[in-house]
Design a protein around this ligand. Structure first.
Ligand code: HEM
Length: 478
């Protein structure tokens, strides 16, 4: 029964727990066939959706297309609905050691250290490193709005200049501006303009197993998807990025030393935080927000309402963009949640079952899982669950989270590896940047609607993220 009233689906079933359906196929061949489906024939969404149909279940045994020489076993139990997915947030039930992005790149790519994101909260350094991140974000909270506004108003100045001459590639501009913004926001110093490309090469090497970059499969499979690439290929790029953080991040490193860390270990963690945790995700998230807002079905009325809300709140704050003003923008908040609900920037979450357990799906069916099995959530299936979001679950509905009924759905937004209504702590694995990220998403919408009444884009969905180009902008008339 589909429902749009915020019901997570399924009351506890009284029937006996079942074995998880699905198949890993024949050794080697099964994995190869699934990788071909995943990267080339079906794409990620269809890969999962077709198997949900085939087995009539949202909890499934499935191959994740990695390997054969990555340190992770490709055989997982996939959690593909709003209810079963939340098992991955429950640290009494899952262990999160070395599971980020589903495989472990060699530690040589992060200076020889195991970085915070790979640590389970039970490991000694997790709490302290996460506290270091909270301290940094807290100490820099007043710099976020000015740093964002200066970098992104320059970006939009560029759009205004170029848009008469043809489509303006937003991703290309964002690749530079997002990196400059993050450096300025975290460390108070803009990185050199070319540093984004050093960071980009390092990221590409780390994340290459996750995407198809459009080469023929016969080339990509052995090159990108079978063995991790050697970190020596990006050693110089990483060093340039590290040196920037080491010099610009003096205060954060002083804080780390006072907490008992070496400057070196802390710096590798800060590089990872700025590069992979933040920059890689913003490269995905900001184009998604722009594409979603520009492509909304009810675009003209949505844009008019957003412009009115943004301008009224800013006028009330004396013409300033303040955190309090942004906090009052209910529709702006809703469009950002809706964009990351439909297309979460980090799509996969993993965890090992800590013990034999039962996992309940949104149908109220309970499935048996053994201690040590790898659980994997494909987040788009969970956050587009029609049992929660109804018949429009797969569509962008800008005001979905507005009003009393809308607010009840906010807890089903999972982009941060936790419910949107919950907060990251040193003891959990929820993203410590949660509030920073939502503020930035909202500031982006604010900047757009302070400047424009409306705008149009070309939007292309791709395996490595969405590509967006401005094709037209209408300057603000009020
Ligand atoms: C669009 C932006 C972002 C997205 C989508 C995102 C998403 C996530 C997700 C899904 C996780 C959990 C991964 C897992 O363990 O399964 C995570 C963890 C983490 N994120 Fe973010 N993140 C973003 C931005 C940031 C920012 C700005 C920071 C800066 C502090 C940050 C720092 C971290 C760290 C340090 C962790 C590991 C937390 C832990 O080990 O407890 N992220 N993030």
């Amino acid at each position: 029964m589909a429902s749009s009233n915020g019901h997570s689906g399924g009351s506890s079933s009284s029937t006996a727990p079942r074995a998880v359906p699905g198949s890993y196929g024949l050794p080697v061949i099964g994995n190869l066939r699934d990788r071909h489906d995943f990267y080339y024939r079906q794409g990620q969404d269809k890969y999962f959706e077709s198997r949900i149909q085939q087995y009539g279940s949202t909890v499934l045994r499935i191959n994740v297309p990695r390997g054969p020489f990555f340190t992770i076993d490709p055989k997982v139990v996939a959690l593909l609905d709003a209810k079963s997915f939340t098992t991955l947030f429950d640290l009494d039930r899952v262990e999160k050691k070395d599971v980020l992005v589903g495989y472990v790149p060699p530690v040589s790519i992060t200076g020889g250290y195991r970085i915070l994101s790979y640590l389970d909260p039970s490991e000694p350094n997790h709490d302290k490193l996460k506290q270091l991140m909270f301290n940094l974000l807290h100490s820099r909270k007043d710099s976020v709005i000015p740093a964002f506004r200066s970098n992104f108003s320059s970006l939009l100045d560029g759009v205004d200049l170029q848009v008469g001459n043809g489509p303006v590639d937003f991703n290309k501009l964002n690749d530079v501006s997002a990196f400059q913004f993050l450096g300025e926001a975290f460390f108070g110093e803009r990185p050199a303009p070319e540093l984004f490309s050093n960071a980009g090469k390092w990221l590409l090497l780390m994340l290459s197993p996750l995407f198809s970059i459009g080469l023929p499969w016969i080339v990509e499979e052995p090159l990108l998807h079978s063995v991790p690439l050697p970190s020596i290929l990006v050693r110089k790029d990483y060093k340039a990025f590290y040196d920037y953080v080491f010099n610009a991040g003096t205060k954060a490193l002083d804080n780390a030393e006072s907490m008992g860390f070496s400057r070196e270990e802390a710096c590798h963690n800060l590089v990872f935080m700025m590069g992979l945790n933040s920059y890689a995700a913003f490269k995905l998230m900001l184009p998604t927000i722009l594409g979603s807002v520009a492509g909304a079905k009810d675009k003209s009325s949505l844009h008019a309402r957003l412009a009115a809300e943004v301008r009224a709140a800013v006028a009330d704050a004396g013409g300033e963009v303040t955190i309090a003003a942004v906090e009052r923008m209910e529709l702006v908040k809703s469009v950002v949640w809706e964009a990351v609900r439909l297309d979460p920037p980090v799509k996969y979450q993993y965890g090992h079952a800590k013990r034999d357990m039962e996992i309940e799906s949104h149908d109220g069916v309970r499935y048996k899982v053994k201690k040590g099995e790898m659980l994997m959530g494909y987040q788009p299936c969970a956050t587009r669950d029609p049992r929660v979001f109804g018949a429009t679950a797969g569509e962008f509905v800008g005001d979905r989270f507005v009003g009393e009924e809308g607010r009840k759905l906010v807890k089903y937004v999972y982009w941060s590896n936790g419910r949107e209504t919950e907060e990251p702590t040193v003891g959990n694995k929820q993203c410590p940047g949660k509030n920073f990220v939502m503020l930035v998403g909202r500031l982006f919408v604010v900047e757009l609607f302070l400047r424009y009444d409306t705008f149009s884009v070309q939007f292309t969905k791709g395996p490595g993220g969405n590509k967006v180009a401005f094709t037209d902008v209408t300057k603000a008339t009020s």
